[in-house]
Ligand binder design. Structure first.
Ligand SMILES: [Zn+2]
Length: 185
């Protein structure tokens, strides 16, 4: 009889621990104190492939995996076709940037993920491309938004202090990443 009680107690403790652990994994935003209700949407227009996407990437308190996959696809290396997981933090950063700019126009993508091969090729052609670019880790996007000034985008991103911000007026884009807080250009 006492064995049964011990077992059930152990079972309860284990279940409790597993429950707590999976809760942390499934709900990282909860731990960070972000809002857990409502929906978050993003739209993209990939200027190289002319693909368009509008998805709800956040609903019922968590990220929507299918939506994130679609984002990974539209932000893929268009030169090689390689798809890489785009950081959820970067997805949230782009969303929060648009919230700050009070717009929901499509994010025009100049560059998302870059395979190491593509990045090495670009770095050999331009001093402006870092050899260890965060684009190769799914942590950076080069973007612009129709109707929003490049300076406005840059200033909003700088204000947020969520990573790197590069200003490229000649190429008409702003680089945002979720690496160290820094800026250039
Ligand atoms: Zn960039």
């Amino acid at each position: 009889m006492s064995d049964t009680i011990d077992l059930s107690k152990r079972h309860f403790i284990q279940t409790g621990l597993i429950g707590a652990a999976s809760c942390l994994v499934a709900n990282p935003a909860l731990a960070l104190g972000r809002r857990t209700t409502g929906m978050k949407e993003l739209a993209f227009h990939n200027l190289h492939t002319d693909e368009r996407l509008r998805v709800t990437f956040w609903k019922n308190g968590s990220f929507d995996r299918a939506a994130l996959s679609k984002i990974n696809h539209i932000l893929r290396d268009f030169r090689t076709g390689d798809v890489f997981p785009i950081s959820a933090n970067l997805v949230e950063l782009m969303h929060d940037l648009q919230t700050r700019l009070r717009t929901d126009v499509p994010i025009e993508v100049i560059s998302g993920y870059r395979s190491p091969k593509t990045n090495a090729m670009l770095a050999s052609q331009s001093d402006g491309v870092a050899r260890k670019s965060l684009h190769t880790k799914g942590l950076a996007t080069d973007l612009r938004m129709r109707g929003i000034g490049l300076r406005q985008i840059q200033m909003a991103a700088l204000f947020m202090k969520r990573g790197g911000v590069g200003y490229y007026p000649k190429s008409d884009f702003v680089h945002v990443d979720v690496g160290r807080v820094r800026h250039w250009g």
